[in-house]
Design a binder for this molecule. Structure first.
Ligand code: ADP
Length: 239
């Protein structure tokens, strides 16, 4: 088993909350309402994964599976400039994959195997957002079982890539602000673990006062629950 690597989310407090950054060989899920910062953290990680290890990166490339057209190259440039990186190079190390529907999304995730076997040093896979297509396509109670089955197939492929190639997987999940959203996780179903033995981190993002954000670790294999405050600035995620 290869040593677990960690990727900084930009804020020290946030990194401390999750044990030093998001982990390779794991799936980390952030969930929260619209505007809570899920895509912003995705953009941040797409840059920080490229940093040297001593700066919180893994000197690796990223695959960004974009399902809702939320990927913004301009935002990557801003964040890269904040780290004084060559932003053209940073952009060239992000493999953008636009998924048009859920089947396409599943195929794209599975094709990451080939991308890595071709010699691309992928250390992070982002799926922003995991559920949008699945929710739109499988509507109504009668389709829930099929939806869950397809979702399991997708998550299984992502976990396999994480384990085989020592890659971190980061998924976003939009939920309503209401507490019942707690049960809206794709990675944990009510009454059972969808992902089986997969180690999964779940982080709940909330909007705080004065533009601040709160991250709450709600589920982790070996870390205590807790929360931290962070900010989204033009340079990216900060304390
Ligand atoms: P979601 O959870 O829906 O993915 P986002 O990650 O897109 O939410 O967060 C959007 C919020 O991020 C905006 O409302 C704004 O507060 C903040 N934001 C986005 N870009 C910037 C920026 N360049 N500078 C400061 N804040 C930003």
């Amino acid at each position: 088993r290869k040593e677990v690597g960690r990727i900084s989310v930009g804020s020290q407090g946030f990194n401390d909350l999750i044990g030093g950054g998001i982990e390779t060989q794991s799936i980390t899920e952030v969930f929260g309402e619209f505007g809570s910062g899920k895509s912003q953290i995705s953009h941040e990680l797409a840059v920080t994964v490229q940093l040297p290890i001593e700066q919180g990166g893994l000197e690796g490339q990223c695959v960004f599976i974009d399902t809702e057209n939320t990927f913004r190259p301009e935002r990557i440039i801003q964040i890269a400039d904040g780290f004084e990186l060559d932003h053209e190079e940073v952009l060239s190390n992000i493999h953008i994959a636009r998924a048009f529907n859920s089947s396409h999304q599943i195929l794209m995730a599975e094709s990451i195997n080939e991308l890595i076997q071709q010699g691309n040093n992928i250390k992070l896979v982002i799926v922003d957002s995991l559920m949008a297509h699945f929710r739109a396509e499988y509507v109504g109670r009668e389709s829930l079982a099929v939806r869950q089955q397809k979702l399991n197939q997708h998550l299984h492929a992502l976990q396999q890539i994480a384990n085989t190639y020592n890659v971190a997987v980061f998924i976003t999940n939009q939920v309503q602000a209401k507490p019942d959203a707690f049960f809206g996780s794709p990675t944990k179903a009510i009454g059972g673990h969808v992902l089986g033995h997969a180690s999964t981190y779940r982080i709940w993002l909330k909007k705080g006062l004065a533009g601040k954000r709160i991250a709450r670790l709600v589920d982790s294999p070996h870390l205590p629950e807790g929360e931290c405050v962070f900010k989204i600035t033009s340079d990216g995620i900060v304390d």
